[in-house]
Design a protein around this ligand. Structure first.
Ligand code: NAD
Ligand code: UDP
Ligand code: UDP
Length: 312
């Protein structure tokens, strides 16, 4: 049994990680400022004496005693991270410095939830970890992309300079129950629109691609990465290589919901990547990890979640 801190633990992915690590018998300290996360996501643990919830903003120092840290705190959807872009950069950069300082004092293993956005709008396809990316430093997505890139720099410098035990994963688009219904991400948008009978909003032509990983598969990848030997730092790509256009995704959602919603075409957001697919060769080799849940099965679970949410 370990004392494990999860920053951003009340968010979409973080709350599933709480589920998993509690089930594995650990003590969890969930740290969150509830910017995009919610107490409701973790309220089913409130009677569990192995779970503790702390309201805290990681841009401020934090003094606690734990054995391991998963650093997930950061808004992840373009709508939310662009709402207060300066705070987004602070969360990634100051948040990383504080959590790395904490890990250094405790000599604790620390995990960073990085992102496929470090590859920007890529010219290499699919993206291996060795690809350095093509990121606009001054655009509307930069607060997130560059913040996460700088956080990776900090993780690797704390590793080299202070011999810190770091684990960095680059997460590709992840979906599942407890996604925020209004965060503007494509999976939640399409499902909510289909369930409400509203128009499905396709940005651009809908020919851009993404690869969608179900949240349970992602969490399994996190746990496996955290269990690797000291000195294996990553970065490791985690994502489902199945690649779909947004039009294909819309068709699947309409079919699963049984909805007659119409497709409407809207302008493509600035710097929207045209294609994205993880090369997961390294995750397969080092973590013996491949995603198990196909898009249709994962979407069914997610539709079920939103159907229940919208009816209450
Ligand atoms: P989310 O928005 O649901 O979760 C982020 C959590 O961090 C929320 O609970 C939020 O309240 C909290 N938070 C934000 N700023 C904070 C701060 N300053 N201090 C403390 N808590 C703060 O998003 P998610 O999808 O669960 O993403 C979790 C992590 O995974 C993020 O770091 C994100 O960048 C990364 N990631 C997610 C995806 C994805 O597709 N879901 C893809 C790539 C990377
Ligand atoms: N820090 C923290 N908790 C700790 C130890 C450090 O929040 O238990 C913060 C501290 O505020 C500092 C940052 O982590 O600003 C980086 O710490 P580090 O020891 O690397 O740097 P220094 O304190 O020497 O600037
Ligand atoms: N998208 C869309 N309609 C929506 C929301 C998003 O067509 O209602 C598109 C968006 O332009 C992008 C893709 O879906 O090309 C994925 O968007 P999301 O915000 O989910 O993730 P990210 O762009 O960060 O990968």
């Amino acid at each position: 049994m370990q004392r494990i801190m999860i920053t951003g633990g009340a968010g979409f992915v973080g709350s599933h990680l709480c589920d998993r690590l509690l089930k594995d018998g650990h003590d969890i300290l969930c740290v969150d400022n509830f910017f995009t996360g919610s107490k409701v996501n973790v309220s089913h643990f409130f009677n569990n004496s192995h779970f503790e919830l702390m309201r805290h903003d990681v841009t401020f120092p934090l003094y606690v005693e734990v054995d391991q840290i998963y650093n997930l705190a950061c808004p992840a959807s373009p709508v939310h991270y662009q709402y207060d872009p300066v705070q987004t950069t602070k969360t990634s950069v100051h948040g990383a410095i504080n959590m790395l300082g904490l890990a250094k004092r405790l000599k604790a293993r620390i995990f960073q939830a990085s992102t496929s956005e470090v590859y920007g709008d890529p010219e290499v396809h699919p993206q291996p970890e060795s690809y350095w990316g093509r990121v606009n430093p001054i655009g509307p997505r930069s607060c997130y992309d560059e913040g996460k890139r700088c956080a990776e720099t900090l993780f690797f410098d704390y590793h080299r300079q202070h011999n810190l035990d770091v684990k960095v994963v680059r997460i590709f688009n992840t979906y599942g129950p407890r996604m925020h219904p209004n965060d503007g991400r494509v999976v939640s948008n399409f499902i909510v629109q289909a369930l409400k009978g509203e128009d499905i909003t396709i940005y651009g032509t809908g020919q851009q691609t993404r690869s969608f990983c179900y949240v349970d598969d992602m969490v399994e990848g996190f746990v496996r990465m955290m269990a690797t030997e000291r000195g294996f730092t990553g970065p490791v790509n985690l994502g489902n290589p199945g690649e779909f256009t947004m039009l294909e995704l819309a068709e699947k959602v309409l079919m699963l919901v049984g909805s007659k919603s119409k497709l409407v075409f809207m302008p493509l957001p600035v710097d929207d990547p045209k294609q994205r697919q993880p090369d997961i060769t390294l995750a397969k080799a080092k973590l013996d990890w491949t995603p198990k849940v196909n898009l249709e099965d994962g979407l069914k679970e997610t539709v079920h979640y939103f159907r229940t949410l919208l009816s209450t």
